[in-house]
Design a binder for this molecule. Sequence first.
Ligand SMILES: Cc1cc2nc3c(=O)[nH]c(=O)nc-3n(C[C@H](O)[C@H](O)[C@H](O)COP(=O)(O)O)c2cc1C
Length: 471
Amino acid sequence: MTRQIRFNAFDMNCVAHQSPGLWRHPDDQSHRYTDLGYWTDLARLLERGLFDGLFIADVLGTYDVYGGTDEAALRQGAQIPVADPLLLVSAMAAVTEHLGFGITTGTGFEHPYPFARRLSTLDHLTGGRIGWNVVTGYLPSAARNFGDADQLDHDTRYDHADEYLEVLYKLWEGSWEDDAVVRDTERGVYVDPEKVHHIGHRGTHFTVPGIHLSEPSPQRSPVIYQAGASPRGVRFAAENAEAIFVGPPSKRVLKDTVARIRQALVDAGRDPYSARIYALSTVITGSTDEAAAAKQEEYRRYADLEGALVFTSGWMGIDLSRYDLDDPIGNVESNAIQSAVAAFQEAADDGREWTVRDIAEWASIGGLGPRFVGSGETVATQLQEWVADTDVDGFNLAYAITPGSFEDVVTHVVPALQARGAYPTGYTDGTLRHKLFDKGDRLPADHRGARYRLGGDLSTRTDRYRAYTNT
Ligand SMILES: Cc1cc2nc3c(=O)[nH]c(=O)nc-3n(C[C@H](O)[C@H](O)[C@H](O)COP(=O)(O)O)c2cc1C
């Protein structure tokens, strides 16, 4: 059977997202990010194209690694100004029926207790279409504005995130029984207190003795997304993620990354296909190969190299302003996104080392993933080859211009793939989790979060309260 390819759209509540300079293009609408109409139109478009979801990135800091200042980032509009992604979801959910929402928030910046309620609220309001992209952060400027001298070390950030998720799973999965809300008008009882349980969490970073504030939502835990591919990041993903975003620049590195992730899922006691893996990429397409190539040339004229260096410095945690443009990237060590650096070091498989200029040019349209350029048929063939050769499930599509790049994919690539039986022709009904896996609304039994369900030793509110108070 022909393998189905899945699409996510990659955007952010800011201008030009990962295509620095392209906000100057006359057809780019990203400056309308403060206008709700931009988001509701985009959601409708993506649902028309049968995308799994809209993935909205976020950072709580500025890209001030480049030159040690935020001046270039501000001048370029390089993900600054940036607005909150979660607040966009209700409006987009109101104009769509099936589109999923993968929203990014960091584990280092907000206590899990109010965050658990916010995501439960969105899971209710979207009818179970919410996903959460768990990030541990990479910008030191974010940590500084929370009163810390610097961010935690790379691997320690993941240890902290482990406990963050433990608290959330306990609240989402283990606090309210499904039938706790009885709404009994005769007895005047809205909630049966015996069916709502203290979580009794006392850990290294968090103490949360009480109950979740929200009643169970369609999915309980949102679909967990993750986007780190370092060894520690992959272990974290294997234990938690149901959708994984990766960003390798070459097919060979992508193949290795996908194989590592599938093996890590098995090592974590899960099915190797229990997480959908989406590769970051940018599609530039048109009615013919020539039209698409001309579009790419035009986009190149607007793409800004300094803006690309601002981003890549932040992603790699290296001030690239201190390098000559023709310097090789070499064996630098990163305390930011380790996999971003490693991907370029590994991608040098033709014996040529990537220079700073190569990376900036590569990343200036759509970021670190590969670029597919051509007619709908040509791009469909390329995408099918990548899926067949790497075992990736689909693509997380960054834009050159928005919504133009997404419109082009929906107009040219989606029908070409559908004609080959390689793309869905309709949505499955139900929650986002059910649409992705066809196995129901809730976390599967082999997922880490399922361990925190009610039952076992701590099944009553008294047991859990005692566990917390050690009485
Ligand atoms: C495709 C992709 C998208 C990402 N999006 C975000 C984001 O929106 N916000 C963020 O703070 N980190 C983002 N990250 C960073 C990672 O999620 C991760 O938390 C961290 O930087 C460590 O990554 P590593 O395990 O690969 O070293 C992204 C990474 C990749 C590869």
